[in-house]
Design a protein around this ligand. Structure first.
Ligand SMILES: Nc1nc2c(c(=O)[nH]1)N[C@H]1C(S)=C(S)[C@@H](COP(=O)(O)OP(=O)(O)OC[C@H]3O[C@@H](n4cnc5c(=O)[nH]c(N)nc54)[C@H](O)[C@@H]3O)O[C@H]1N2
Ligand SMILES: Nc1nc2c(c(=O)[nH]1)N[C@H]1C(S)=C(S)[C@@H](COP(=O)(O)OP(=O)(O)OC[C@H]3O[C@@H](n4cnc5c(=O)[nH]c(N)nc54)[C@H](O)[C@@H]3O)O[C@H]1N2
Ligand SMILES: [Mo]
Length: 757
């Protein structure tokens, strides 16, 4: 269980600094990889080395600086770990026994070493040959009545080459069922933003942070989830750039930070105040903040001041009048109530925004994971359009993506709603007719499993069953399947909650060398700012029985599609052949891929708004209206609290590195309910009390999580937080953004109830 006795205290030191340096050393020691890990860290994010397997923030390549952070080091240490999950391990532990273990314990067992098949007679995983494993997959997939009965999941660590081949395999097989981790993450960006500015990606590059005159950070926790981002933020702050952080939790790194790479700050215990304006927003109150800022600007215009970029609006946009009418219809008391902050602060934010001629707005899960996640992203885009904050240095929209290649996977075909022009291209390049109907996103794939129409699940990375909403129902859904396949580096819950047949297929990881018959191979990834770079592993693979993800995809295809039009065998050995095909399917952005990838810094994929070009149906950037002020459906229960499920400092999504959350002052416990003192008192409760949470959903399904300890924490009023994935049983499958399908994991309506002892 917990690695320490639980302790809660206030963390007053700056984030980063010696605490981060010590944590880096500790994790290398825990995984027994001090020498190997330290050597590998020197190659991480360096030209000729491999890309950090953690987040998707770009690195300032070629600076000769160390380009890793504490959490990147954790990700690497856990990948390079000396611990192993062997056939003896599986012989020793039945699946039912493993089910009793925590996610943390499963992770700590180490790297998977050989392919395994579930044996129902003994309830153990037993060794299987690779040939037999692929034959079993082929047999199941060929036996289905329709290819739409299979679900093909991708997690965002998968490299471009693998994801591209996977998308071709699945389309030749005959379905667009591509549930993807992105569906739970930045899908509101991928689906919402194209209507606004013609592209579902950010428009900012790293260099823009050097030219920004104001930076807004809405709903993301950079110090934990994209720590390398702290460097450009601290540099901007030192230049006097105002930084506004909008968050229901006063995240420590946003307040004060010491750069572990800054020798002087480290030696003098100095630090930088990162945020100049902290906006203690209510969960979902961002919509009212954004509208309030726009209202303040329209009021000044009405008073005769010119605060908008009228020339830009006239030349480049459409829908201005409708937006103006919607914003002017909002009144201040409603805006203040919905945002949970005062009018003066909204006006201050508007003032900071108005004064700046180049503003960057960054955002994360605090924006996307609401029922109106896509609408919220579009309001951010509106605000930027009002001052022409696209296509000039230092300005633009900057979604901070999650997994290191989640954006790249989408670019190269992991898309359940593919465009017809793209499908035509696939047909022309590969010579088969791809399916034209839309496939399932993540929520729809779980619904299909529950309905019994889905029969096979293949997970290319990730930990699907732990990441999706409604844990109990999702476990039931997975258990109905005929076959589940987990292509993975580490043992996780997804391998234990399985179908009638089940396979675990272990892979070579990002930091490890890929040697094929054609010599050493590298893969490529696309970061959050659309830079494509090569990644070459440097370590020995964790076991001699591992295969590359690419080979696994090719051999699944060969076992499933005996009459395939695609020369799968050739791609197993030579990845440049895959890149040539990517270039053929996406000539506009990937032409000359194999040549362009030779430069150490890689290359940037074209983002038309950077040139003030708008790939929308009307050729303009569009102001879009989201009526009202509610980011989520209102709930009529006065006891209701909005629950955000968030990450601790010591986890990577469903992978739990420890039970500590240093910057929030928590150690030894993850069953925490972060709650405002007034909300605690209003319920006659006390900090330290054990309580349960119940979802208010009205669909007749009881959702409850027991055993939470109340922590008196400076949350905004009416907003509570706790950890993902422990609280996923509270998140109803149907609680999601209708435009993107993204589960509203930051805004679950709950009530606190007495714990059952
Ligand atoms: N070390 C580490 N790095 C990671 C990950 C990890 O788990 N560990 N995960 C990766 C992935 S896949 C992703 S998507 C990203 C996630 O990175 P983030 O987007 O930072 O994700 P979260 O921790 O879920 O929550 C973000 C913040 O949203 C705030 N928030 C909650 N509700 C609201 C709201 O209504 N409004 C506003 N304004 N804020 C709100 C929370 O207080 C929290 O600070 O990080 C990536 N990087
Ligand atoms: N309640 C709630 N739910 C959420 C979220 C939330 O904030 N709140 N966040 C959502 C978000 S943003 C995301 S992105 C999803 C994450 O969902 P996933 O991407 O499915 O989950 P991860 O925990 O990142 O996956 C971890 C597993 O990936 C495997 N793995 C690691 N590296 C590799 C590799 O190189 N190759 C392969 N093949 N496998 C590898 C390991 O076996 C490990 O156990 O969860 C979502 N779910
Ligand atoms: Mo994510």
């Amino acid at each position: 269980m917990a690695d320490d006795k639980p302790r809660y205290r206030t963390y007053n030191s700056p984030a980063g600094g010696w605490g981060a340096a010590a944590a880096t050393a500790k994790v290398l020691m825990e995984q027994s990889v001090v020498t190997k890990g330290s050597r590998a860290l020197l190659s991480m994010n360096q030209p000729g080395g491999f890309k950090c397997p953690s987040c998707a923030f770009p690195d300032a390549a070629c600076t000769k600086k160390l380009e890793f952070c504490e959490n990147g080091a954790k990700a690497l240490a856990h990948e390079a770990t000396k611990f192993r999950v062997t056939r003896e391990f599986f012989a020793q532990h039945s699946v039912s026994a493993l089910m009793e273990q925590s996610d943390y314990w499963l992770e700590m067992q180490g790297r998977l070493t050989e392919p395994m098949r579930y044996d129902a007679a003994t309830d153990h995983y037993v060794p299987v040959s690779w040939d037999d494993a692929f034959a079993l997959i082929g047999q199941h997939l060929r036996a289905l009545d329709s290819p739409h009965q299979a679900e093909f999941y991708t997690s965002g660590r998968t490299a471009n080459e693998t994801a591209f081949l996977y998308s071709i395999f699945v389309r030749e097989y005959g379905t667009n069922n591509f549930p993807d981790c992105s569906n739970m993450c930045h899908e509101p960006t991928s689906r919402g933003l194209p209507h606004s500015i013609g592209v579902g990606k950010g428009t900012v590059i790293l260099d823009d942070f050097e030219h920004a005159q104001a930076i807004f950070l809405i709903g993301h926790n950079a110090g934990t989830n994209a720590p390398r981002m702290m460097t450009p933020l601290v540099e901007a702050r030192k230049r006097g750039v105002p930084i506004v952080a909008v968050n229901p939790m006063p995240e420590r790194a946003l307040v004060r930070f010491t750069e572990p790479q800054d020798i002087v700050q480290m030696a003098t215990f100095g630090s930088t105040e990162v945020t100049s304006e902290f906006v203690h927003i209510k969960i979902g109150g961002d919509l009212a903040l954004l509208k309030g800022m726009m209202k303040a600007m329209f009021e000044r215009e009405a008073a005769g001041e010119a605060v908008l970029d009228h020339a830009f609006i006239a030349e480049h946009t459409s829908g201005f009048e409708a937006l103006k009418a919607d914003i002017e219809a909002q009144n201040w008391p409603d805006l203040i109530a919905a945002a949970g902050i005062d009018e003066a602060q909204i006006r201050r934010c508007a003032e900071i925004y108005t004064r700046s001629n180049a503003t960057i707005i960054c955002y994360g899960m605090g924006v996307t994971q609401h029922q109106q996640g896509s609408g919220l992203v579009q309001q951010i885009a509106n605000l930027l359009l009002l001052k022409g904050n696209y296509g000039k240095p230092g300005a633009g929209i900057s979604p901070i993506r999650g997994h290191s290649n989640v954006q790249g996977d989408r670019t190269v075909g992991i898309d359940e709603k593919p465009g017809q022009a793209y499908l035509d291209k696939v047909r022309d390049v590969f010579g088969f007719e791809p399916p034209r109907e839309e496939g399932h996103h993540t929520v729809e794939s779980v619904e299909a499993m529950l309905a019994g129409t889905a029969k096979v699940f293949i997970g290319l990375g990730g930990n699907f069953v732990r990441a999706v909403p409604d844990t109990d129902r999702s476990y039931d859904a997975m258990r109905k399947l005929n076959l589940t396949v987990g292509i993975a580096t580490k043992l996780n819950r997804g391998h234990l909650v399985h179908g009638k047949d089940a396979l675990i297929l272990p892979v070579i990881a990002r930091s490890e060398r890929i040697e094929t018959a054609a010599g050493e191979q590298f893969v490529t990834i696309e970061d959050s700012m659309s830079n494509v770079t090569a990644s070459r592993g440097v370590l020995e693979p964790a076991s001699e029985h591992l295969l590359t993800e690419t080979e696994i995809v090719c051999r699944m295809a060969m076992a499933t599609l005996p009459d395939s039009k695609v020369d799968w065998a050739s791609y197993i050995d030579d990845y440049s052949l895959i890149r040539d095909k990517i270039a053929e399917v996406y000539p506009a952005i990937y032409e000359g891929f194999s040549e362009r990838i030779k430069t150490p810094m890689g290359f940037h994929l074209d983002i038309p708004p950077r040139r003030r070009m708008w790939a929308t149906p009307n050729g303009k950037a569009n102001f879009l209206v989201l009526p009202g002020l509610a980011a989520n459906a209102p709930v009529a229960d006065p006891a209701m609290l909005r629950l955000a499920t968030v990450r601790s400092h010591d986890q990577f999504n469903t992978t739990i590195y420890s039970y500590n959350d240093r910057y929030r002052g928590v150690s030894g416990d993850r069953m925490i309910l972060f709650m405002n003192a007034d909300d605690i008192a209003a319920r006659g409760l006390e900090a330290g009390a054990k309580v349960a949470l119940e979802t208010i959903s009205g669909d007749g399904i009881a959702r409850r999580v027991e055993g939470l300890t109340i922590l008196d924490y400076p949350m905004s009023r009416g907003s509570v937080a706790g950890y993902y994935p422990e609280l996923n049983p509270l998140l109803p499958l149907a609680h999601y953004d209708r435009i993107s399908g993204c589960p509203a994991a930051k805004s679950i309506p709950v009530r606190v109830v007495a714990a059952i002892d």
